[in-house]
Design a protein. Structure first.
Length: 209
């Protein structure tokens, strides 16, 4: 299995000093938090999306899901991102202790709304343990259409549970836990991610050919 360590994900919690330095450190793609719930917008998303594109980085955006109003959440996300075909879209499906965790049914509604509005399924980000807890060996005819971006802070490959057969992206560190490297020039310690494939595969996956 070839894993390409050329992706990071960011939010307003990260301090970015130079997107050119990020690219110069070998990073090809950035996935940035855009929205949460039905009204929250990450204050750094718009400017960083512009700056990342300006230096030739591949761009993506994620939405942190919350309980209820899944269709409205999807519409909120799309209204902020206004995605082009080359903007990767992801639902962050994990525990949300502040306003309530999105259910599997909510996640399915969100994903179907994105597909309806854009013609493509978004990715699904989640942790290995949370996925096992939510599905318990079961499946979802809707969510299995999403590419899986899985978090496991370990040198060991993440385990994959139904409805997924494999992972596409692996978040192996949060900039603290997990194996090195943790840092990237231009941002410092941050979430780093490995793509399951080579650079040609990454470009095709991202819609950059």
């Amino acid at each position: 299995m070839q894993l390409l360590n050329v992706m990071i994900d960011l939010s307003h919690h990260n301090t970015v000093t130079s997107f050119q330095d990020i690219k110069g450190d070998g990073i090809l793609g950035i996935i940035h938090k855009a929205t949460e719930g039905t009204d929250y917008v990450d204050k750094e998303y718009d400017s960083r999306a512009v700056n990342a594109k300006a230096v030739g980085l591949f761009r993506g955006a994620y939405h942190f899901g919350t309980r209820g109003n899944a269709k409205e959440q999807a519409d909120h996300f799309l209204s902020i991102v206004n995605p082009s075909p080359a903007d990767l879209l992801v639902l962050d499906f994990e525990p949300n202790p502040h306003v309530g965790t999105m259910t599997v049914a909510d996640a399915e509604t969100f994903v179907l709304r994105i597909k309806e509005q854009t013609g493509r399924y978004p990715g699904l980000y989640s942790g290995q343990a949370f996925l096992e807890e939510q599905f318990g060996g079961g499946t979802s005819d809707t969510l299995k259409n999403c590419f899986l971006w899985i978090a496991r802070y370990s040198s060991a490959l993440p385990g994959v549970t139904a409805p997924f057969e494999t992972f596409t992206v692996w978040q192996y560190t949060d900039g603290n836990a997990g194996p090195q490297p943790h840092e990237v020039r231009g941002v410092g310690s941050c979430d780093r991610d490995k793509f399951n494939g080579d650079e040609a595969g990454l470009r095709k996956f991202w819609g950059i050919e």
